[in-house]
Design a protein around this ligand. Structure first.
Ligand SMILES: NC(=O)c1ccc[n+]([C@@H]2O[C@H](COP(=O)([O-])OP(=O)(O)OC[C@H]3O[C@@H](n4cnc5c(N)ncnc54)[C@H](OP(=O)(O)O)[C@@H]3O)[C@@H](O)[C@H]2O)c1
Length: 428
């Protein structure tokens, strides 16, 4: 039986999951994949800290060079965070002629094209399935889709922490702070939640997905981004009463005139019947809209040690059995912004304090109001209106005149462009 040596860099949450899965599935992997994955070294800057998973004596080391010098190690699993840390491990591993699989979206979003090029030149593979959606196999689906079909749009709920917070706000009426404390207590919110709450984690994943889907790279900083800090439980409840869920959606659409794709991350209303609204708590869901195949929606556990380990080992097995491939991750053409602001959502939810005369004022400013709810299902003294699709500039003018108005876009249909929302059910 073929034996392939594996080096693991990073023995934290994900790294320990990789060791556990390698152990638990060792026999199954041999039978099903016809290969033995043999863990040879585990590299971590901290070799003293106690961990829940034990290793054989002398397997844990802080010597990356020693791991890469081992001729038996053919695949390196990189499970460290921070673009510089991970790149600091990925690049030397590729240069040493090892295939690399990684979970670090920050490194791939920032340096993916460069690293993929190094892998190509060295004749090894770079696996990135674990960077987006953990166990949700979106990279595999995209790689297959872009060969046979044209991908016109992507839309995803790709950050588990923010989705957990939004679910708690909607269902329990929790404040952001209360929901975040609960997420921490359950062990999946970072000590510093900035990357999640401000949408940075989502834009990194969107940059990776959009690079594959549309063949156009994007600098993470150029993607319009709004996090969830301004979302209130009463907004979520008003949206639900009108037949929608508030989700932090990472969204992208191919530009029909051949320009750069339109990308954004922002709190967005998703119709309740849409699979992206059905993902609760820390789950992720991603929809890939293909010209021939239509919508493909994938959902599952988008974070956590074991789902991430699952994706890493899938990629490691592809590399070990010669099926691994280097994804095309093109860099943005110099001087062109890849993220325009010309998208027209499929309507908007506008919320304003009770007594604002919201619907009347919106119509006076030129927006068509499809649904109005003067009491927003009793959601904290707000009145709500859902408008028909309109340009961003008209919507800004109309809502800018309203004091304390809050605006949420409604998720556009990725393939066919914006469509008016289905009539919403307003609760008595
Ligand atoms: N946790 C998840 O659910 C999840 C899901 C998907 C993707 N990811 C990604 O997976 C990666 C690892 O996440 P994690 O949650 O496992 O992080 P973690 O628990 O902090 O583990 C990382 C480990 O690597 C060590 N380390 C840091 N820099 C290193 C270096 N240059 N060389 C060797 N070891 C180094 C860290 O040591 P110190 O603690 O001493 O720095 C720590 O022990 C990140 O890129 C993350 O974004 C995580």
């Amino acid at each position: 039986m073929k034996r392939v040596g594996v080096g693991l860099v990073g023995f934290g949450t994900v790294g320990q999951g990789v060791v556990r899965l390698l152990r638990d599935e060792a026999e199954g992997i041999r039978t099903r994949a016809g290969v033995t994955l043999e863990l040879r070294r585990v590299v971590d800057v901290d070799t003293r800290r106690a961990r829940a998973v034990s290793l054989p004596p002398r397997m844990l080391t802080d010597d990356l060079a020693g791991c890469l010098a081992d001729p038996e190690v053919l695949v390196v699993v990189v499970a460290v965070g921070g673009p510089d840390n991970a790149r600091g491990a990925i690049l030397p591993a590729l240069e040493a002629g090892k295939s690399v699989v990684t979970a670090d979206k920050a490194a791939i979003a920032a340096h993916g094209a460069f690293l993929a090029d190094v892998a190509r030149r060295r004749g090894v593979s770079l696996g990135i399935e674990a960077t987006v959606g953990a166990a949700v196999p979106v990279i595999r689906v995209l790689r297959a889709s872009v060969l046979a079909d044209t991908v016109d749009g992507v839309a995803g709920v790709v950050n588990g922490t923010t989705n957990f917070v939004l679910t708690r706000m909607t269902e329990e009426g929790d404040s952001l702070e209360e929901a975040l404390a609960e997420a921490r207590a359950r062990g999946f919110a970072e000590a510093d939640p900035t990357d999640d709450l401000d949408g940075w984690d989502s834009v990194r994943k969107l940059a990776i997905v959009a690079g594959l889907a549309f063949g156009a790279g994007t600098r993470v900083e150029e993607i319009p981004r709004a996090g969830i800090r301004a979302v209130r439980p009463e907004h979520c409840r008003a949206a639900r009463a009108l037949g929608y869920a508030v989700r932090l959606v990472a969204w992208g659409r191919r530009d029909s005139r051949g320009g750069p794709p339109v990308l954004r991350v922002e709190p967005t209303l998703v119709p309740a019947a849409d699979p992206l609204a059905a993902v609760r708590n820390e789950e992720n869901a991603i929809r890939v809209t293909c010209r021939a195949a239509g919508d493909l929606t994938l959902a599952g556990r988008g974070a956590g040690a074991m789902p991430t380990a699952h994706a890493l080992l899938s990629d490691a097995l592809d590399a070990a059995t010669g099926r691994g491939s280097v994804p095309g991750l093109p860099l943005p053409p110099p001087g062109r912004s890849a993220a325009g602001d010309d998208s027209v959502p499929a309507g908007r939810l506008v919320l304003a304090p009770e007594g604002s005369g919201l619907a009347r004022k919106l119509e006076a400013a030129g927006l068509e109001v499809l649904v109005e709810d003067a009491d927003a299902a009793g959601a904290g003294g707000l009145e709500a209106a859902i408008t028909a699709p309109a340009s961003t500039s008209l919507a800004r003018r109309a809502t800018g005149a309203l004091a304390a108005a809050v605006v949420y876009p409604i998720l556009p249909a990725a393939a066919g462009g914006p469509s008016a929302p289905a009539p919403a059910q307003v609760e008595a």
